[in-house]
Design a protein around this ligand. Structure first.
Ligand code: IPM
Ligand code: MG
Length: 368
């Protein structure tokens, strides 16, 4: 036995504290962890005038893993370039912890297929992974106001592209091994317009030479956005830069019927702590009402166990427990979509039962 893993919890804003508290119960049920809870985002702005203090960043860098809820809310919305913004907390963590690889697996739970906005026959079999570059591109290039104009700069170096490409090819390989299918990477860029995209395509093509077993296709981002809704099941691993990945991962998430189901892992160099967070935001409209969906956070805990602590079995247990509670018909309000929907072809449909965060958490703990 090694030392007790140290996890920094960053509940953040909105529903963040509710879902992180639920995740803490889940982790406590799975083993022994040393938790330290810190502020990030809007709550940190209120307390310290900045979305991320040096102390919190240092604590995260010194931990074994970080679990983040969500940041932001209308209270801190501003267009004043000088005012602090909650999102700076998240971006500061990504940059400060060197988290260049963001993995967002999209695997619609069978019980939720009817909640997808796509027809069932289209969504069936969808199981994909978005590998998003997370510390470069337009998110971190020079930006500013010049008189009545503003600019944001997109920059990528060969090194930045190469390391994220390797993450994608390695992930595709692992997925192929586990899933018993061919390994495939779809690299998404805008090479018909952007110079950074032409460099992207060149470097990805070169890296592919080291992965002869992985099939590579290139798609332009507008086309990729379209193909994702017309033939989602044909995608396996999607490799893309920061901004395109932000957009395509929300689109992919909605394929599952709810953004409330999508987990994410942000990883840096081998051996450094990762950051794990649900993709959905802080949902200020439902904060504090006990109805937030904790499942994306639970699935993020599963990613933490798999990628951060090499505990793939515990990760699989969480994923199976989440599927099981959905099979039982338990739904937080976001999964109900306002009405009880059942696939018309289901022979013996399980009635859906509306539950809150706590009941959902109890049910998942029971299934474990
Ligand atoms: C995400 C979010 C963030 C991003 C925001 C909150 C800065 O949308 O993680 O996808 O744009 O990366
Ligand atoms: Mg986003």
């Amino acid at each position: 036995m090694t030392a007790t893993p140290r996890i920094v919890l960053l509940p953040g804003d909105g529903i963040g504290p509710e879902i992180v508290a639920a995740a803490r119960r889940l982790l406590e049920a799975l083993g022994e962890f040393a938790f330290s809870e810190r502020e990030v985002g809007g709550c940190s702005i209120d307390a310290h005038g900045t979305a991320l203090t040096d102390q919190v960043l240092a604590a995260c860098r010194d931990s074994d893993a970080v679990l983040l809820g969500a940041v932001g809310g209308p209270k801190w919305d501003t267009t004043d370039p000088a005012a602090p913004r909650p999102e700076q907390g998240l971006l500061g963590l990504r940059k400060g912890m060197g988290l260049y690889a963001n993995l967002r697996p999209v695997r619609p739970s069978p019980a939720l297929i009817s909640a997808s906005p796509l027809r069932e026959e289209r969504i069936a079999g969808t199981d994909l992974l978005v590998v998003r570059e997370l510390t470069g591109g337009i998110y971190f290039g020079d930006s500013g106001r010049d008189g009545d104009a503003a600019h944001d700069t997109c920059e990528y170096s060969e090194g930045e592209i190469e390391r994220i490409a390797r993450t994608a090819f390695e992930s595709a390989r692992r997925r192929a091994e586990l899933g018993g299918h061919a390994a495939r990477v779809t690299s998404v860029d805008k090479a018909n317009v952007l110079e950074t995209s032409r460099l992207w395509r060149e470097v990805v093509g070169r890296v592919a030479g080291d992965y002869a077993d992985v099939e590579l296709e290139h798609l332009l981002v507008d086309n990729a956005a379209m193909q994702l809704v017309s033939r989602p099941a044909d995608f396996d691993t999607i490799l893309t830069e920061n901004l395109f990945g932000d957009i395509l991962s929300d689109e992919s998430a909605m394929l599952t019927g709810s953004l409330g189901m999508l987990p994410s892992a942000s990883l840096g160099a081998e051996g450094s702590p990762g950051l794990f967070e649900p993709v959905h935001g802080s949902a200020p409209d439902i904060a504090g009402r006990g109805v937030a969906n904790p499942l994306a956070t639970f699935l993020s805990v599963a990613l933490m166990l798999r990628h951060g602590f090499d505990r793939a079995e515990d990760a699989a247990r969480i994923e199976a427990a989440v599927d099981a509670v959905l099979d039982r018909g338990l739904r937080t309000p976001d999964l109900l979509g306002g009405t009880v929907v059942q696939p018309p072809m289901a022979e013996d449909p399980t009635p859906e039962t509306e539950v809150g965060t706590e009941e959902m958490t109890d049910a998942v703990l029971q299934e474990l």
